[in-house]
Write a protein of this length. Structure first.
Lengths: 323, 344
């Protein structure tokens, strides 16, 4: 039953399903490392998806759609920043407000603009990010092991999947190897020290929420015009929260967070694939049991293997300069 | 202080309103004037633009509106608690008849229909046994049998797929009829079945629908039939992207992707909704159970300019022969819901 083809197809699906999670987890990493709790990943991703779907439907240009989605999400990131950085508001409340806003506004605007019950019109292939075939994929296909792996697993995804996985080492490099990254981490741990060194804490945090917004925009674009061919209401379906959980699993570090995202994606892909297949010795497993599998494993892993996740010290604490 | 007094006043207010409504309804029905009916429809979770089940109803009531000029009230349920509220609100405001769309509105409609015995109710896909309720159910297994025949004949790999919405007996009935049809056309055909989920959100999850479809294609399936409401959009998109064939459901969905959509299993919910309004208007209303199958043309398969190139003469002949045989009773399509198994 389990051959190379099945394994590759499952891993292939894993990559597709985990792409928005990876992008959102990296987005959250920038924000939370700078000390801003961001539960609005979900809302930003949803707004980005709507913006991308709407722009692609009107202009037919996926690149323009990506751009607008990114700008919309940066805008929402700035709203979050304005509430929590400038006005030192409660970061969870602000994030929740953005989620509620996005959930309602996308549907209202969708009904007003497209009159399709909150959806955007279906897109043709030109208006979407379509799968790319990497060079030599066909030529290498006959090579044992490497050929199928390259052809089926690595090649044949759309641009945004590659963008997401390139962003993981890039995030690592920015956070750990650049001056910006050093300051970013310091702002999240001990903003007073950063302030004493003459660096603006507010500016650092604003930059972080903007980066966070931009990445959420890419994730939303992926959902609306790469993975699917239209925006559908509530299409993020809680993936922003799962990304946040993955970030905590990964202890706010890029590579472990990506691995956590891949694990969630893999479990989802397996649950899709196991459905309706009878497993030797057990028989056909009910749909409900298969669908509960990711959550059961999450609890088991959290309880047994992950250990204590320690957040950046100043996360969620507004910075007051003169005290 | 205010909210409490308002709350306390509500039940009293409600009963006054109810009585007033009941009184006015008695007046209305005794007058029985054709033009002044005030119909209402409550759509379910997929939304009226799901391009499938709810949209079929929408098309039907829109046709009623354009033919008669009578406006109707509508509501789209977006969470489960709203069903009963919406139905009751419609009845309170004097809407008559009120149509509830989908099996999930059954309990809510039963409750509200008891409260408003003088209001006519109709429900699609569910039986509510009350004197003022018309229950309309379809023999989806018969229509699915036909598209199963087409799927098996169009398939080159001998493997055909099914993607259901929420895992309920009604959807299993689609799947079971489809499987019988596929096996009827090709005894060696293999049918791969998946359900999107176990909650109502499974009717509107195109992302998961598309992933399920891709996993079926990886297993060798080359024709996939979706009975999943709005989730189907993702299924058809995946089929188009992969260059495979897909079969639509409820409404005629052939236009969505010409060249990809092999056919659609028609379930004439539009006619059912239209007739409910029309019968109330013409004073021909009947309560009770209506079962619409192939012989009543309540279900069928769609052939139009978008898919005629995909349907060969052999296929058309075979499916029409199967249709005649089912109507004549020579083929007995097993109904999953009769015994909750798919042993035929």
């Amino acid at each position: 039953m389990i051959d190379l083809q099945t394994v590759l197809a499952t891993l292939d699906a894993t990559l597709r399903v985990s792409t928005p999670l990876v992008l959102c987890a990296m987005a959250g990493l920038f924000s939370e490392r700078s000390g801003i709790v961001d539960i609005s990943l979900e809302g930003k991703m949803l707004s980005g998806a709507f913006a991308a779907g709407a722009v692609a439907a009107v202009t037919g240009s996926p690149v323009l759609a990506l751009l607008v989605a990114t700008l919309v999400c940066i805008g929402l990131g700035l709203v979050h920043g304005f509430a929590c950085i400038t006005h030192r508001g409660d970061q969870v409340v602000s994030g929740l407000a953005i989620n509620v806003l996005a959930s309602g506004l996308t549907v209202v605007l969708g009904i007003a603009w497209f009159s399709q019950g909150g959806q955007t019109p279906s897109l043709s292939s030109d208006a979407r990010f379509m799968p790319l075939v990497l060079p030599f994929a066909e030529a290498l296909q006959t090579v044992p092991i490497i050929g199928p792996v390259y052809h089926d697993l690595i090649s044949g995804h759309n641009l945004l999947v590659y963008v997401a996985f390139v962003f993981v080492p890039l995030t690592w490099w920015i956070v750990y190897k650049t001056r910006f990254g050093l300051r970013l981490r310091a702002v999240g741990e001990n903003p007073l020290a950063v302030d004493t060194a003459g660096i603006s804490v507010s500016l650092m945090r604003y930059q972080s929420v903007m980066i966070c917004g931009a990445l959420c925009g890419v994730a939303g674009t992926y959902l609306a015009i790469a993975q699917n061919a239209a925006f559908v209401r509530e299409m993020t379906a809680g993936q922003g929260y799962i990304a946040l959980a993955a970030l905590i699993f990964g202890k706010w570090r890029p590579v472990p967070a990506m691995l956590a995202c891949l694990m969630f994606g893999f479990l989802d892909a397996v649950s899709i694939r196991l459905q309706g297949i009878s497993i030797p010795g057990i028989g056909e497993v009910p749909v409900q049991a298969i669908q509960a599998l990711p959550y059961v494993l999450t609890v088991v892993l959290l309880a047994g293997f992950i250990g204590k996740a320690i957040a950046p010290k100043s996360v969620g604490v507004p910075f007051t300069k003169n005290r | 202080m205010k909210p409490i007094s308002v709350k306390a006043a509500l039940p009293a207010l409600k009963s006054v309103v109810t009585m007033a409504m009941a009184a006015s309804l008695v007046v209305l029905s005794s007058a029985a004037s054709a033009a002044d009916i005030s119909p209402a429809v409550v759509f379910d979770m997929g939304g009226k633009f799901d391009k499938s089940f709810n949209q079929g109803v929408y098309d039907g009531v829109e046709r009623f509106k354009s033919e008669t000029g009578v406006e109707y009230r509508e509501f789209e349920v977006t969470n489960e608690a709203q069903r009963e509220q919406a139905l009751r609100r419609m009845a309170q405001r004097g809407a008559n008849p009120v149509i509830g769309i989908g099996f999930a509105q059954g309990p809510a409609l039963e409750k509200v229909a008891k409260e408003f015995p003088d209001t006519k109710f109709a429900i699609i896909d569910m039986v509510v046994d009350l004197p003022n309720v018309r229950s309309i159910v379809f023999k989806e297994h018969e229509g699915s049998f036909l598209v199963g025949v087409l799927a098996a004949m169009a398939s080159e790999s001998g493997k055909v797929g099914f993607v259901g919405g929420m895992d309920i007996p009604l959807i299993r009935r689609f799947a079971c009829g489809y499987e019988q049809g596929a096996k009827y056309a090709n005894a060696d055909a293999e049918v791969v079945q998946n359900m999107t989920g176990t909650t109502p959100s499974a009717w509107n999850d195109p992302g998961r629908g598309s992933e399920l479809t891709k996993s079926q294609f990886d297993r060798g399936v080359d024709v996939v039939y979706a009975a999943a409401g709005g989730t189907g959009v993702g299924v058809y998109q995946a089929a188009k992207d992969a260059g495979k064939l897909a079969i639509g459901v409820d409404s005629n969905q052939n236009y969505l992707h010409p060249g990809t959509m092999l056919t659609s299993m028609l379930k004439r919910v539009d006619v059912a909704a239209y007739n409910a309004f029309k019968d109330a208007m013409d004073d021909n209303w009947t309560s009770g159970i209506q079962v619409l199958g192939l012989s009543e043309e309540g279900v069928g398969w769609a052939l139009d300019e978008n898919n005629e190139s995909l349907i060969s003469e052999d296929m058309a002949a075979a499916v029409n022969a199967a249709r005649e045989a089912i109507i004549a009773g020579d083929i007995n399509v097993h109904d999953y819901t009769s015994d909750n198994t798919c042993n035929y």
